[in-house]
Design a protein around this ligand. Sequence first.
Ligand SMILES: Cc1ncc(COP(=O)(O)O)c(C=O)c1O
Length: 356
Amino acid sequence: MVKPRQAVQRMQAYHPPLSGRNGLRLDFNENTVACSPRVVEALAKIAAADLSRYPERAQVEAKVAQHLSLKPEQVLLTNGVDEAIHVLCQTYLDQGDEFLFPTPTYSMYEVYGTATDGVVKTVPSQADFCFPLEPLLQAITPRTRLIAIASPNSPTGTVATREQILTVVERAPHAAVLVDEAYYHFYGQTVMDLVGKLPNLIVARTFSKAYGLAGLRLGMLAAPESMHQWMRTVISPYSVNSLALACLPAALDDGEYLSWYVGEVKAARSEMADAIRQLGVPQWPSQANFILVKIGPLHRDFVRAMHERGVLTRDRSNDQGCNGCVRLTIGTRQQMKQAVTAMAETLKEIRWEKTW
Ligand SMILES: Cc1ncc(COP(=O)(O)O)c(C=O)c1O
């Protein structure tokens, strides 16, 4: 057998389910309804000849830039934020360079970081999962080249404030600081307005969550022009495919659909938080489209019994500080009623009680 690089041998395989996710999907923080009908119309207009050409992304990048009040040179579309993270790791991590981020957080930082010859350095959060600013600042060294801050963070739903983000950006001028705003729409606060004003700030957004386009794989990086020059050197010029490029303008134009979905999720999140409280299950306050709950030692039974009732949830027990935790995506109020009923029945079936 031809051995892979040592960095790859050290990696832990990440295995999300790639089939069989039937039922109410509350396991991957997707939009639980659908994308805008205007996107479906745009898809229907694609002709066979459109598929025979390599994708042309410049015009759509300009449109995204305009939508976010950025310059076209400050926008890079990516094959999901996953590719964006990969591109940043490839761009900034030489051998021994440090990729720093608080934990628990989005799994792919670790995956793409360990795949390089750099070093992944994590800073654990306390039990409240608040952003660990001081420990993070103390962990910055001259070798720190990349820092990732997901805000709102997954799987916790907690945020880093604008002041906290600015402090990190200022204290690590030699590092690229990625603020991952995948769940921005469910929170409403952003540092996008600072892109181009701070030389080392990068902001990522995805179209997988509020926009409901996870299957098209669309994300973006906003950064100063000088950084894009290098990221464009690394990225495949065709990684965002023609179908995604044809659909994105329609998604951006349908602000009404986006507002409806985000409003629905926020209302459902508040109702769900109340319902979980009434069931007596500990939870963390969330600014995203999911809630992390603490089930405790019966977490596997909980996920199984929910699945048997047609509701998929995500066991996060292997994340730092998350032993016994399960994450539930928030969908519409109607869907959450189904989830609460399933949850009440499940807790009864597994004879759940708070034992700690
Ligand atoms: C914090 C965070 N960033 C990025 C992503 C990935 O987004 P995309 O679907 O655009 O690759 C996720 C997906 O769950 C996420 O939770």
